[in-house]
Design a protein around this ligand. Structure first.
Ligand code: C5P
Length: 202
């Protein structure tokens, strides 16, 4: 089997994760949430580790943890993600995953632009700040986090600004990415749009 790579990028809480999982299941591809790599490094820095050493020694057990999906880990992730050396330490793992036989979906911020510029299909998933904040707020409060909608919105906007304005691999759509704006789509419609955009490239 030849490798087939799907790159899915976009800002925080736009629906990338849900769409990526559904797309991978639909086509029988493996899925890598690359945000987990940066979250795992960020979490280690919260425990006092140096970011570069944490990135260079990252192990599977580090990214397979429930405690990575918290607002403080997300902020720490976006801080370590601005360091070019940290990013460089994570490139080979992501590219190897993308090339695996049987197909792969990678979601993140720089997959279509830097990690897999030759991906077979590229999507850029967005939604309005307000809708993204509401979705993330519901997710977090369901898990028992004590947080306000205004805090979630401010958090997302701070992280998006840091991710878009950094010098290395900033968040932006690849020139050849298909844009999917999920602001007024339900999840089924967003998944269908993503599958249709990928299907035409197979
Ligand atoms: O996608 P997620 O919210 O889990 O990503 C956490 C942080 O990791 C992002 O805010 C971003 O700073 C960083 N990230 C990145 N490049 C990727 C994936 C995530 O810089 N490909």
């Amino acid at each position: 089997h030849e490798a087939f790579t799907v790159a899915i990028d976009g800002p925080a809480a736009a629906g990338k994760g849900t769409i990526s999982k559904a797309v991978a299941a639909h086509f029988g591809f493996a899925h890598l949430d690359t945000g987990l790599l940066y979250r795992a490094v960020g979490r280690k820095t919260l425990n006092g580790a140096a970011a570069l050493e944490a990135a260079q020694s990252l192990a599977a057990a580090d990214i397979d943890r429930d405690d990575l999906r918290t607002p403080d880990v997300a902020q720490a992730a976006s801080k370590v993600a601005a360091d070019p050396q940290v990013r460089a330490a994570l490139v080979d793992f992501q590219r190897a995953f993308a090339r695996r036989a049987g197909g792969a979906v990678l979601d993140g911020r720089d997959i279509g632009t830097v990690i897999c510029p030759n991906a077979n299909a590229k999507l850029y998933v967005t939604a309005s700040d307000e809708v993204r904040a509401e979705r993330r707020f519901l997710e977090l409060t369901e898990k028992g986090h004590d947080i306000t909608l205004a805090q979630v919105l401010a958090d997302l906007q701070e992280r998006d600004a840091r991710d878009s304005e950094r010098a290395t691999a900033p968040l932006k759509p690849a020139d050849d990415a298909v844009l999917i704006d999920t602001t007024s789509m339900n999840i089924e419609a967003a998944i269908s749009a993503a599958i249709a955009a990928i299907q035409v490239r197979i």
